[in-house]
Design a protein around this ligand. Sequence first.
Ligand code: PLP
Length: 348
Amino acid sequence: MSERPRIDLYSDTQTRPSRAMREAMANAEVGDEQRNEDPTVRELCSMVAELLGKDAALFLPSGTMCNEIAYRTHTQPGDEIILHETSHALHFEGGAPAALSGVMLRTLPGDRGMFTADQVRGAVRGNGPHFQRSRLVSVENTTNLGGGAVWRVDDLDEIADVAHERGLSTHMDGARLMNAVVASGVPAAAFARGWDSVWIDMSKGLGAPVGGVLAGSHEFIARALRHKHQFGGAMRQAGIIAAAGVYALKHNVERLAEDHDNAKRFARLVAQIDGIGIDPDAIETNMIYFDVAGTGLTAPQVSQRLLEHDVRIGPFDERLMRAVTHLDVDAAGVEEAAQALRAVVGRG
Ligand SMILES: *Cc1c(COP(=O)(O)O)cnc(C)c1O
């Protein structure tokens, strides 16, 4: 079995639960989660519902399941979901919107993973029987392939208003919503206010090993609960893993600012390397995409060579690489990663 590289910037999913988090897990009070009898799961769900300004929440095994159960709950087969062309649900969920909900996806272009209310207005279809029914608008905050960008609340509100006026529901993939909150100072509930369903991932920058929490109205959550059972997401003594989420919300939110500082630090260092294309001023949260085409190496080659320096940064395509900062890599770690990159590309 291969050890993970000493400095692993592949993703903020690479965090390992800390000793204190493991203690909280070991000591968790548990019950039968399927019967709503697990006190720790209930605690986590009420914390997240309150954080997001919603009535209720569901604990699920993954962020993917949060998206897919929300899609299933909002739509009927043949409906259409409007989302950005770089969305996680479109590219990295195994075709689940089609396989599990039978929906069509209508993609919108736009800078940094974002689109406008006007684009949504233009994309909503008429009511004729020829047309699939436009049913849901789905956004990511922060945007993943959009570079970890943070939406403006005004833009989110405007899109949600257009969607609701036209009879569509709204869904926010908040895998990294707490990064957006810490970077902007905008409360999570303010980002979420126009959005009928919103979830946060416990296993990204928050540092828990498993889980996502999906929030919405009482009525939405009651319907989503049936799909949670259908999709096999109902658990038993899940308080063991929910305890990591409770711990993360108490201890690992404010510190996301360090990840954002480290991302900027890394971007500034990398920008000084000849042949690497990056705009360090565009870094808003914990993701750094950079272009290595000017070094004469491909991104997979650079990634491979970095491993010899005990540094992992994933290739995104032939020329782009993506580094993500998180709580298991400190400032010295990102400095070392930047040095390794300089050595690997053998320039300036
Ligand atoms: C990681 C991620 C997901 C999926 O979450 P998992 O917990 O890995 O299933 C969904 N959306 C975005 C934007 C993500 O970054």
